[in-house]
Design a protein around this ligand. Structure first.
Ligand code: GLN
Length: 447
């Protein structure tokens, strides 16, 4: 804990942590030491973990990086976090992110931007940019993030660490501030596959507080890291040969596929004709869900309330106008529009149908192949401000990550070489629902 506290202090300018629980972390560490001496320590004893500012931790402030939650304190602890604590993990602090998880660069945060430790003029990715940098810069062993459309995988790729998005429903969402409830997952950042697997197997599983959490038994992922039989691997032509893809990423992706072929695995190119529909589907459905989820922040129950109101209606309006950032407001408006009576069928219903097509296509493919491989991102980490005035350019950053989110399948991003500037490149692997063990084994083989 002392080691990480020193690192957090010397690298404070990266702005990864928004709050450090120095006292309680040291106290927790002492208790864990005592348990280790008496042989009663849990399986995460000594693991130091940072949590994204959207995960509740009882009696601790949580803001979702938004002014609208100014001063708000959690009344309970998220199931995922509680299960880590129960196994003697040490929670070292609360980590910066994009407001309510909306963004791909960590530029939309009331806490300010997070710097990528590899090149401080560049973004760390988002929305879990702080969690990625916390692991990248050695500020904690493992960090929790959330992934709705790529928010763990994309920042993992930009910072050169491992990031896993589990199957939708594998980890309870109790205590996670909702962005888009039918997409939200809690994911893990680490520098090695084993730590990642250990944390996921601890968090995952049924939860009486979240009826959508799967009751399927949770395998011991960390003990299943053998990748010893020939695998069937598909790569998506439209992604690897996309015009939008930075050439060095294509080169590194093809190099890895070639290596796998030489090892005796079956590697096949397949078409993904639905690629053009993935982003519009994602952004219609997630903004719709967000506009509904965020209606609870009205100045009455949580956090910020405007001091400028003159009646009830102006209190609602001003609180929301002053409390939400630009991007969040844009999404609330988009979501309200696609849900409005005259446009519901044209946008929302249609997007739900397309979601089904994408999910069926992806699952069918994953019944024929063990893995789908594709780049995590179209480019390596871009510069601050590069996309901030162009929301569509920013949304395009999610081109390759949203397929797994729309389909609900697990996906992992692992480091796969560097570009000419020395910036990390990510390789993404998807497997069928609840095949995290297979995903980890493959990732472990490649790292
Ligand atoms: N960048 C995507 C978005 O803004 C993904 C965010 C996420 O996964 N939380 O919606």
């Amino acid at each position: 804990v002392n080691h990480y506290l020193t690192n957090i202090e010397t690298k404070a300018h990266l702005n990864a942590f928004v709050e450090v629980y120095s006292q309680s972390a040291l106290k927790q560490a002492e208790q864990v030491d005592a348990k280790i001496s008496s042989g009663t320590a849990g399986k995460l004893a000594g693991m130091v973990i940072g949590i994204k500012d959207v995960l509740c931790y009882k009696d601790h402030i949580i803001n979702a990086s938004s002014k609208i939650l100014e001063g708000f304190e959690s009344q309970f602890t998220a199931t995922a976090v509680q299960r880590l604590i129960d196994e003697d993990a040490i929670i070292i602090g609360r980590i910066n992110c994009d407001e309510f998880g909306m963004g791909s660069s960590n530029e939309n945060s009331v806490h300010g931007k997070v710097l990528n430790a590899i090149d401080e003029s560049r973004v760390p990715g988002g929305s879990s940019g702080g969690s990625a940098v916390a692991v990248q810069a050695n500020l904690c062993t493992v960090a929790l993030g959330t992934d709705t459309g790529g928010s763990v995988r994309q920042p993992a790729a930009f910072t050169g660490v491992i990031g896993l998005k589990p199957t939708y429903s594998r980890v309870s969402r109790f205590g996670l501030i909702a962005y888009a409830s039918s997409f939200d997952t809690i994911g893990v950042f680490s520098t090695n596959v084993k730590d990642n697997a250990l944390v996921l197997e601890t968090m995952a599983g049924a939860d009486s507080f979240d009826s959508t959490a799967s009751r399927k038994p949770v395998p011991k992922y960390s003990e299943l890291l053998h990748f010893d039989k020939p695998a069937k691997i598909a790569y998506l032509k439209e992604t690897v040969f996309s015009d939008a893809l930075q050439p060095e990423i294509r080169k590194e992706t093809l190099k890895t596929l070639e290596k796998l072929k030489n090892e005796g695995h079956q590697v096949e190119e397949v078409n993904f004709p639905l690629l053009d529909y993935v982003l519009p589907t994602y952004y219609i459905l997630t903004t719709a869900e967000a506009s509904s989820n965020l209606s609870r922040f009205d100045g009455v129950k949580y956090g910020y309330r405007t001091p400028n109101a003159h009646n009830l209606e102006s209190m609602y309006k001003l609180t929301r106008s002053e409390g939400f950032g630009e991007e969040v407001k844009r999404r609330i408006m988009l979501g309200t529009f696609v849900l409005s009576a005259s446009y519901y069928d044209a946008y929302f219903t249609k997007a739900q149908k397309v979601r089904r097509l994408i999910k069926d296509f992806t699952e069918d493919l994953l019944n024929k192949f063990d893995y789908i491989v594709l780049p995590t991102t179209p480019s390596t980490a871009f510069r601050f401000g590069e996309h901030s005035n162009d929301p569509v350019a920013m949304y395009l950053e999610d081109l390759f990550t949203v397929q797994a989110s729309v389909s609900g399948v697990p996906a992992i991003s692992i480091p796969n070489g560097k570009d000419e500037k020395g910036l990390p490149i990510g390789l993404q692997i998807m497997a069928n629902s609840f095949k995290e063990a297979e995903l980890y084994a493959f990732a472990d083989h490649l790292t």
